[in-house]
Design a binder for this molecule. Structure first.
Ligand code: XMP
Length: 480
């Protein structure tokens, strides 16, 4: 007969959350403008902004991933779509900008003008290198086709004397050549005339504009993608198109999942982020079962759309989960970046997560409200909203691809809800607010950067009224 309830209660009696603690203000040596919030998402991915968008189908597709990576964060493309669609989403991010585009759309001299226009329109590009046996023979731009007959061969309207760059050209050299010749596209060819890529002025300007962007070694934006640890085909298909694969299961602490993730870690070349997990024991078991863990998603059942802890009465609130991971990591002398995931709504929540040991924070609700997220803007009673749904909600499950995230799916129980969030505007506006808020919060904690915050933060328990609205007691709000 199980009779050790009190012992078991005491073992984990402290499932604290964002409302339970505050960071006590500490002496600061720097101004908010001097505070750095750069961090690490996973072993090989450094970010200038510690904000990551959730793999949810109302949150992260290429639009959110591009906008966020340009600002220095990172998007995780959701997996509630076919493998081909997810690869295409990742490719869109990679193609969004780069110094030399390697994955160039090309046509041959015999392509009809009509077909060339179709390729340009479909892929939102304004010029196509013309190639014969891999060698560059011309370039076709929108200007060349403006007055051309649709049935004509491209060879009779393309520009034949193409100005090119060598594969070793620097950004400055490319920019100078484009200015000199008043051109916007520069094919990259080797000494035998073989096409190696394309440089565009748009990408060069974008590089200057988004100097803090999260970029790979080729200057392309970085992106991650969610996979089920059992879906090795998806992982292999995505491997060379993303910078990290993020295991996307609600409860990673499971022997079958460990076995699958161990296999996946051996097959893929990019960083592998595991999760979600919620306890120190889960971390210890995960790292001893899987040789390569490059990041960890911490938190179970705290997301804004989660009803896991209501339906199943099981959960590890994000802040608690991060603290468990961080302490276990110290004990094991490991430094795997922790991603705090679920329930983060304000820069203060982000600061608390970082203060207890996270390196970055993942948000669904906040990004769902941005203009770049999937889903249409709708107007209800004069206000604008965007849709959000949990990946375990009934409607997300109808699209079947992410069904295995929630263990109880087989029993047909929904673990997520769907609804709307207030429209917040462009992602850049939201991230500017979050960065400024986070820097201010670090300033109060007396920390100059995130590592410094880990060392300096001291916590206090909130014992009286919750902090929300504490300063508004004697204020009459409009409409009261
Ligand atoms: P926020 O609060 O930022 O949380 O919206 C985002 C995280 O919530 C998780 N998620 C779910 N959890 N049922 C759950 O229990 C769901 O249907 C669901 N959908 C998303 C996920 O970890 C995400 O990053």
């Amino acid at each position: 007969m199980p009779n050790n309830f009190y012992r078991r209660l005491i073992e984990a009696s402290n499932l604290f959350s964002f409302r339970d603690y505050l960071v006590i203000p500490g002496r600061s040596e720097v101004e908010p403008s001097q505070i750095a919030i750069a961090s690490t998402f996973s072993t090989n991915i450094k970010v200038n902004l510690p904000f990551i968008s959730s793999p949810m189908d109302t949150v992260t597709e290429s639009g959110t991933a591009i906008a966020l990576a340009r600002l220095g964060g990172l998007g995780v493309i959701h997996r509630n779509m076919s493998i081909e669609e997810q690869v295409e989403q990742a490719k869109k991010v990679k193609r969004a900008e780069s110094f030399i585009i390697r994955d160039v759309f090309t046509i041959s001299p015999g392509t009809k003008v009509k077909d060339a226009i179709e390729i340009m329109t479909k892929n939102s590009i304004s010029g196509l290198p013309v190639v014969e046996s891999e060698r560059l023979v011309g370039i076709l731009t929108k200007r060349d086709v403006s007055f051309a007959e649709m049935g004509t061969d491209v060879s009779s309207v393309m520009t034949k004397n193409v100005i090119t760059a060598s594969p070793t050209a620097t950004v400055e050299e490319a920019k100078r050549t484009m200015h000199e010749h008043r051109i916007e596209k520069l094919p990259v060819v080797d000494k035998d005339g073989k096409l190696h890529g394309l440089i565009t002025i748009k990408d060069i300007y974008s590089r200057e504009k988004y100097s803090a962007a999260t970029r790979d070694s080729q200057g392309r934006l970085m992106v991650a993608a969610a996979v089920s640890p059992f879906d090795i085909d998806r992982a292999m298909a995505l491997d060379h198109h993303v910078d990290a694969l993020v295991c996307d299961v609600a409860h990673f602490h499971n022997s079958n999942i460990f076995n699958a993730a161990r296999r996946m870690a051996k097959e893929i070349s990019v960083d592998l982020v595991i999760g979600n997990i919620g306890t120190a024991q889960a971390l210890k078991d995960s790292v001893s079962a899987i040789e390569r863990v490059d990041g960890i998603r911490a938190g179970i059942g705290s997301g804004s759309t989660c009803i896991t802890s209501v339906v199943t009465k099981a959960g590890a609130p994000t802040l608690f989960a991060v603290a468990e991971m961080a302490d276990a990591m110290e004990e094991l002398d490991l430094e795997i970046p922790i991603i705090a995931d679920g329930g983060i709504r304000t820069p203060g929540d982000a600061m608390l997560s970082l203060a207890v040991g996270a390196s970055t924070v993942m948000m669904g609700n906040v990004f769902a409200g941005c203009s770049e997220s999937p889903g249409n803007l709708i107007k209800i009673g004069g206000k604008y909203y965007k849709p959000i749904r949990g990946m375990g909600s009934a409607s997300a499950r109808e699209k079947r691809f992410a069904v295995d995230r929630y263990a109880s799916m087989a029993k047909g129980i929904a673990e997520g809800v769907e609804g709307y969030v207030s429209y917040r505007g462009d992602l850049q506006i939201v991230m500017d607010e979050f960065s400024a808020g986070l820097k201010a919060a670090l300033g109060y904690a007396g920390a100059s950067n995130i590592k410094n915050l880990w060392e300096k933060a001291r916590f206090g328990t909130v014992v009286s009224a919750p902090s929300e609205g504490a300063g508004m007691k004697d204020i009459i709000l409009p409409g009261d």
